[in-house]
Structure formats: structure tokens, C-alpha cells
Write a new protein. Structure first.
Length: 428
């Protein structure tokens, strides 16, 4: 609008005639426009103030939004971990159900076997009761005949009463004792006695019709039997005592074996921790085997490896060294020698292994350690407990048929730890 006014002024100045133009409408429009501009500026200022006042709230909301987003991310990670655990549990559930089903089938087989055994036991009990009754009847007749031989039978008792069968009450009154041996043992003894009796009878021409001779024979046999029974009882008591002692020794041996396994496991893990790894030893006593589980990174379970063959050469060497040290703590050998223990080890692992060996050797002052290595030991410092021997390389002869190697001699010492470094003197 201002440009239009300028144009009109210019035309009026350049025109020869001065036209008469009514600009009142335009001026009113200009005034209205200026008022509108002022009103717009005021609204702009008010809105800017509102924006400035809302700024801190917006920043706070942004921070809250970021916090909520972080929480949501953490919750999402937790949900993923929970889903992974749930998936692992679901995978293991099938194996557990199969194991339970297998155990159920075994239990059913055992129940079936138990029922069959119960039937067999019932039959055996019936046979035992029958045999016991026969034995009681025989014992009754034996006691009666023994009384007759001893002259203790009543004079009024007739021949018919002396040969009668015992009543049920008399059979029940006959006592018996539990045999410590099985029937085959006593049958063998009876047969042996019968053979001995027949031999004695044939030697002395003794007949069973002579009561005095039969009584003497009976008393002698009874004395021998009592003596043998005393010996048998003494042997049985000694056997029971030895069985109890054997069970106690086995129990203590198992406890000792379990303790050694636990301490070896702890020491094995501690030695591996010095290299940032961890491990476990699984002892299979039935198959007499050891299974090593090595986790290269102690903080990462995914690095766990149950097959030692999958490790690198250096890792296998360090694992073997840790295993030997862990097992060696349970051994009481006064001397321990390790040859080329640092083979395939990188410099860092070799330093850790060497420091571990020296510290372990110094801690066990009641033992002597000898470590043999072809590597350089110039970085190690000797002390009263540590001695380093550097041996010259053997002198070899190139003559055909001549001596090929010279025996090296060195003087031993009474130090707790000995390190024997075999290296070329020219390169030392």
C-alpha cells in the first residue's frame, strides 16, 4: 500500500495537471493496517512469552520421556531374557518328562518284580514251616532216644509210649535256634560227620547195637560239635566286626574322596581365574574319568567349552597346568618336577603361569619343586627360596661313531623351589 501511495505521488508530481484525488479511503486503510500490525505484534509478544514460560516444562517432559524410554528398553531386555529362559525351560521340560516316564516304567517293573518275589517268599515261608515241623519232630525223637540211652526214662513207660509220635503241644514246646549258615553248609557238615563215623566204625568194628559204644560215640561227637560251633561263632563274630569296620572305612573313604574332589575343583577354578577364565571338573567315579569344563571368559557363559580339544594350544597348556596344580595340592609327594610346562603359551599366559607356579611352590614349604623350561628366565629374581640353574648345551661330536652327547652335571640344593633354565649360553 505504501508503494501505491509513492507511485501516486510520483505521478502527481510529474503530471502537468494536478489531479484531485480522494485519499481518505486509502488513509483509513493504512490506519487500519497499522493497527492490525500493532495488534499482531502484541499477540506475537504474548505468544513468545508463553513459549518462553513453557520451555522448562518442555525440557522436563523431554527428560521424563528419555527416562521412560530407557526404562522401556530395560524392560524389553528383561523380557527377552525371560523369554530365553522360558524357551530353555520348555526345551528341558520334554527331557524331564521323558526321564519321569522312564522312572515310572522302572518303578512299575520293580513293583511287578516285588509282587512276584512276595509270592515266592510266601511259598518259601510255607516250605520253611513244614521243614521246621519235621525238624521239631526229629528233635523230639532225638531227645527221647537220648534220655533212653542215659537211663532217665521212667520205668513205667511202656514200649508203645516210647515209640509214639509227639502231639502238637509237644512239637510246639520243642525249642530251636536261628542258624547262621545256610542249609548247604550244615548238610555238608552232617555228611562229613557221617563219613567220619563210618570210618571210625570200620576201624574199631563198632556196631550200632552196642548202647555203651553208641553213647560214647555220641558224647565224643557232641564234644567235637560243640568245639566246632564255638569256633564257628567266633569266626562269625569276627566276620561281622570286619564287615562293620569295612563299611565305616568305605564311608570315610567316600567322604575323603568327595572332599578331595571339592578342593581340587575350587583350586582349579582359582588358578584359571588368574587368567580371567573359570572352570569346573566333573568326576565320574563309575567310569573312572574326569571331564573338564572351561569357560574362557569368566563373565561370559557363552564362552564355556566342555571339549578341551576345542581349545587352542596355549589354552590347553594353561588348563593342564591348572589341573596339575589343583590335583597336586591333595598329594603328599615331597618332590614335584615339571618339564616344559610353558609350551605353546603366549608371553602373557607364560608370565601368569610362571608367577602362579612360583607362588604355589613358596607357599608349600614342606615340598620341593623343580621346574624345567627352555625359555628365558632373566626376568625372574632369585631369593633364599628360589634358585635358577642355567645349564650349558651339551657338546656334540660330528665324528661318525664318536660320542654324540655329553652328560651335564650340576650341584643340587635344599631350596623349596628350583627353576632349571636350559638355554644357549651364546644367546644369554
Amino acid at each position: 500500500m505504501e508503494s501505491e501511495l509513492d507511485r501516486l505521488r510520483t505521478e502527481a508530481e510529474t503530471s502537468e495537471e494536478v489531479p484531485t484525488i480522494d485519499t481518505s479511503d486509502m488513509e483509513n486503510d493504512i490506519s487500519e493496517a497499522e493497527e492490525a500490525v500493532e495488534e499482531a505484534e502484541k499477540r506475537k509478544s504474548v505468544m513468545q512469552d508463553e513459549i518462553d514460560s513453557l520451555g522448562p516444562g518442555i525440557e522436563e517432559l523431554k527428560s521424563k520421556l528419555e527416562e521412560v524410554s530407557a526404562r522401556n528398553d530395560k524392560i524389553a531386555d528383561d523380557l527377552e531374557a525371560a523369554e530365553a529362559k522360558m524357551e530353555e525351560y520348555v526345551k528341558g521340560k520334554g527331557k524331564r518328562e521323558a526321564k519321569v516316564q522312564e522312572l515310572r516304567s522302572k518303578v512299575e517293573q520293580l513293583v511287578d518284580t516285588l509282587e512276584k518275589q512276595q509270592v515266592v517268599i510266601a511259598d518259601q515261608e510255607e516250605n520253611v514251616n513244614k521243614a521246621l515241623r519235621v525238624a521239631r519232630v526229629m528233635t523230639f525223637h532225638y531227645e527221647r532216644d537220648k534220655a533212653k540211652l542215659g537211663g532217665s526214662t521212667d520205668q513205667g513207660e511202656g514200649e508203645e509210649d516210647s515209640n509214639r509220635d509227639p502231639t502238637e503241644e509237644e512239637i510246639e514246646d520243642v525249642g530251636y535256634y536261628e542258624a547262621d549258615k545256610d542249609s548247604k553248609h550244615y548238610k555238608a557238615k552232617v555228611n562229613a560227620k557221617q563219613k567220619k563215623i563210618e570210618t571210625e566204625r570200620s576201624k574199631r568194628s563198632i556196631t550200632e547195637v552196642d548202647p555203651a559204644v553208641a553213647r560214647e560215640k555220641y558224647l565224643r561227637a557232641k564234644k567235637d560239635l560243640d568245639s566246632k560251633m564255638e569256633q564257628i561263632n567266633a569266626i562269625d563274630e569276627a566276620t561281622k566286626s570286619l564287615e562293620i569296620d569295612l563299611k565305616e572305612r568305605k564311608k570315610r573313604w567316600r567322604q575323603f574322596r568327595s572332599h578331595i574332589a571339592q578342593m581340587t575343583n575350587i583350586s582349579f577354578d582359582q588358578f584359571l581365574n588368574k587368567k580371567g577364565a573359570s572352570g569346573e571338573i566333573e568326576f565320574d567315579y563309575d567310569s573312572k574319568r574326569m571331564n573338564l569344563i572351561v569357560q574362557k571368559d569368566a563373565n561370559d557363559q557363552k564362552s564355556q567349552n566342555k571339549d578341551v580339544k576345542a581349545l587352542s594350544g596355549g589354552e590347553r597348556s594353561f588348563t593342564t597346568l591348572a589341573l596339575l596344580l589343583a590335583i597336586g595340592e591333595s598329594l603328599e609327594t615331597p618332590f614335584r618336577v615339571m618339564d616344559e610346562f610353558d609350551v605353546f603359551l603366549d608371553p602373557l599366559a607364560r608370565k601368569i603361569a610362571l608367577d602362579t607356579l612360583i607362588k604355589t611352590a613358596k607357599d608349600m614349604e614342606h615340598r620341593q619343586f623343580i621346574f624345567i623350561t627352555p625359555q628365558d628366565l632373566s626376568s625372574q629374581k632369585t631369593d633364599p627360596k628360589l634358585k635358577i640353574f642355567c645349564m650349558r648345551p651339551p657338546a656334540r661330536s660330528g665324528t661318525v661313531g664318536g660320542p654324540q652327547q655329553q652328560t651335564l652335571e650340576f650341584v643340587g640344593c635344599d631350596y623349596t623351589c628350583q627353576l632349571l633354565s636350559v638355554k644357549n649360553i651364546d644367546n644369554a
